[in-house]
Design a protein around this ligand. Structure first.
Ligand SMILES: Nc1ncnc2c1ncn2[C@@H]1O[C@H](COP(=O)(O)OP(=O)(O)O)[C@@H](O)[C@H]1O
Ligand SMILES: [Mg+2]
Ligand SMILES: [Zn+2]
Length: 391
């Protein structure tokens, strides 16, 4: 009785401890519908799925964290999903069912017929020879064997040659997917045998949408300013944004403030940059110098700050000379911030071009300086003292 109770308790403990799985794994899109920001790719592959016209070789190129591995797994599921094979109505959707054993095994990384190879650590000819052998082996239970070769640009010349042989005459049941961040390093002979898809960097707006979904699911409290800073820091990578949110959520027990994000990433939010640029655009040298000093003292990474300031003033300048560029910037900043940028662009004058140039030059010097704040101060003093009566 006692032992049974102890075992039960152990069982209970094992199954009820909340297992923390990384956000980027929990929220990996399980269907094309959830793949964000890659519409042309999504559309083409869904159509191919509807018509059962998958290719034998694919090349997925593009920046990190944009959906290459995710899409490769979606193709593996499409190729092997049992529900699709049986039910033509389901096939019409151009999606995997995500419920059959094949789909589940692929999602859990347990399928014997979906083989993921990291070319960064398996670069050589031997591995590719092994691949050639493995390709000849018929699938154990699924209908297709799918090889996903990640970081493919790292393969050696001999490895490419070995792979080429397999690509020339792939058996009916084989699909080879190459994923790379550097497609220019993939030999032309390989490229010409694969269907190529180029993944785009995700815009801030789309990353924001995905993060908003996660914070809702996970009941995380965070304000929009902090969320925007996370999305901006990720520079187009969903994975980076999700990992950062993950880290911040556990570090703050689910209540994330802008200050938390700022101190973790060493970057300041939009409002601080906006306020600072207002002082320089209005030619208020004393305020500019004191704000700079307090930013420095509170531990802001001043080189990063200068980079963000340059980007901010550049947007203002562009909006000043071409207000239509608003539609482009709508992908890069949040809506209410876009309005603030527009407002500030009214204060921009031709003379501020010199300020922009001085900031760019200062940024170049700061990176190598032991006193990074000085080139920035000098640039601001020089530009502002000669810019009297701008406003
Ligand atoms: N297009 C996308 N839409 C939604 N989430 C994405 C997208 N791309 C990547 N992600 C998120 O980032 C994680 C890593 O994506 P992955 O496909 O492995 O990127 P990579 O392009 O580096 O192979 C995914 O698990 C998912 O959470
Ligand atoms: Mg990948
Ligand atoms: Zn299925």
């Amino acid at each position: 009785m006692c032992l049974t109770f102890a075992l039960c308790a152990l069982n209970f403990a094992l199954y009820n401890v909340p297992m923390s799985r990384a956000f980027y794994r929990t929220y990996r899109p399980s269907s094309f519908e959830d793949l964000l920001g890659q519409e042309p790719i999504q559309k083409t592959l869904r159509e191919a799925a509807r018509q059962d016209k998958l290719a034998h070789a694919y090349l997925f190129a593009g920046p990190r964290g944009t959906g290459k591995t995710t899409t490769a797994r979606l193709i593996a599921k499409i190729a092997n999903c049992e529900t699709r094979a049986k039910d033509t109505k389901f096939k019409e959707k151009g999606e995997p069912c995500n419920h059959c054993q094949f789909c589940k095994d692929i999602d859990d990384g347990r399928s014997m017929d979906v083989i993921e190879i990291d070319a960064a650590s398996n670069r050589g000819i031997d591995e590719m020879r092994n691949l050639k052998e493995t390709i000849r082996v018929v699938p154990t239970s699924a209908s297709h064997r799918v090889f996903i070769i990640d970081e493919a640009h790292q393969l050696t010349k001999d490895a490419w040659n070995a792979l080429l042989k397999s690509l020339e005459e792939p058996p009916e049941y084989v699909i080879i997917i190459l994923a790379t961040t550097e497609s220019d390093k993939v030999p032309a002979t390989i490229l010409s045998r694969a269907q190529q898809f180029y993944f785009k960097q995700a815009s801030l707006a789309v990353i924001g949408k995905k993060l908003s979904h996660i914070i809702k699911e996970e009941s995380i409290s965070i304000d929009s300013e902090a969320l925007e800073l996370i999305a901006a820091t990720a520079e187009g990578s969903f994975r980076d944004a999700e990992s950062l949110l993950d880290q911040l959520a556990s570090f703050t027990a689910g209540k994330i403030t802008l200050e938390n994000v700022e101190s973790m990433v060493g970057k300041v939010g939009f409002d601080k940059i906006w306020k600072f640029s207002a002082t320089v655009l209005k030619n208020d040298l004393p305020s500019a110098l004191s704000s700079l000093s307090s930013l420095y003292e509170t531990g802001t990474n001043i080189v990063q700050f200068t980079k963000d300031l340059i980007q901010h003033i550049r947007r203002i300048a562009v909006l000043h000379y071409n207000p239509e560029m608003k539609t482009v910037f709508a992908n890069e900043v949040m809506n209410d911030h876009l309005e603030k940028l527009e407002e500030q662009s009214k204060y921009f004058t031709d003379k501020h071009i010199e300020l922009l140039k001085a900031l760019i030059e200062a940024h170049g010097q700061m990176k190598y300086s032991k006193f990074p704040i000085i080139p920035l101060e000098v640039a601001i003093i020089e530009s502002l003292k000669s810019n009297t009566n701008i406003i």
